[in-house]
Write a protein of this length. Structure first.
Length: 276
């Protein structure tokens, strides 16, 4: 596991909790300070301008769904904020790509992807009317100028991929975004089956941000990488500090149950991509 730290992606928050906002208190996503340095690579620097000079880089206000607490859509979780920051800073390149967010909740990373010039974005979460209606509300409030984002209620293991493709122009997805979706171990098979059904096997990358709320996250990656049905490989895993802390701070606070440690950022792809 890499110890690389994206200092500019830390998202400095005074609140040490990893859950933000609730159904009575909207969450305001403040556009983070972006990395300004040039890379020396003309193509990379041109790509970065997409994010640094985006005229729509405005603060985003999100309402939270008044839904069942066990569906976890009543907060914006720190992992979703960090996933959004990665897109803003060009660490996740969505420009011109087909993007889907699974377990979107308030749909923050999906909204950021639309603003970052994705070809098409589909925000999905459990097929619950309060959650889906709230995603639509957030999208309509924050992306009035764009028509490249849609929403859909999706239940892993139940919703057929054909229903998703009806909204994605029958295209498979280049970027699959997941923020804090690994805490239910009994859903890992259904989640991986869904990913398998919709990923572009030649180009698709899965981007996950998560914290160790319980012991289930490692079993997801073991299943994804060892079961021949899925046949994924991990590209990289990076630790991201948050709450104004460094990685060293998290080591000192590792016994604080309210902290959950740094946000982890893992990217995966099909092993067969090496054959294309």
């Amino acid at each position: 596991m890499s110890d690389l730290v994206y200092d500019s992606l830390g998202g400095l928050f005074d609140d040490p909790q990893n859950a933000h906002g609730d159904c009575e208190n909207p969450f305001l996503y403040v556009w983070p300070e972006q990395q300004q340095q040039e890379t020396g690579n003309e193509d990379d620097d041109k790509k970065k301008e997409i994010y640094l000079n985006n005229p729509l880089s405005k603060d985003i206000e999100l309402t939270l769904a008044n839904s069942e607490p066990d569906l976890m859509a009543h907060h914006v979780w720190e992992a979703a904020i960090q996933l959004s920051n990665l897109i803003v800073n060009g660490k996740i390149d969505v420009k011109g790509k087909y993007v889907i967010e699974l377990g979107a909740g308030a749909a923050l990373p999906a909204i950021i992807s639309a603003l970052a010039s994705a070809k098409l974005v589909l925000a999905t979460d459990y097929d619950s009317k309060p959650i889906v209606d709230n995603m639509i509300k957030n999208i309509e409030k924050n992306i009035k100028e764009y028509n490249n984002i849609r929403s859909l209620g999706v239940t892993w293991g139940v919703t057929p991929a054909e229903k998703i493709f009806e909204l994605s122009e029958n295209e498979r997805f280049d970027c699959i975004l997941l923020a804090d979706t690994l805490w239910l171990g009994d859903q890992h098979v259904a989640l991986l089956d869904m990913i398998n059904d919709i990923i572009n096997e030649e180009t698709g990358i899965i981007y996950l941000t998560y914290q160790h709320h319980n012991e289930h996250a490692p079993s997801f990656f073991e299943l994804a990488t060892t079961n021949v049905k899925y046949n994924y490989e991990i590209i990289d895993t990076v630790k991201i500090p948050w709450g104004g802390r460094t990685l060293e701070d998290f080591v000192e606070l590792e016994n604080d149950e309210e902290m959950y440690g740094p946000v982890l950022f893992t990217s995966m792809r099909k092993r067969t991509q090496n054959n294309y």
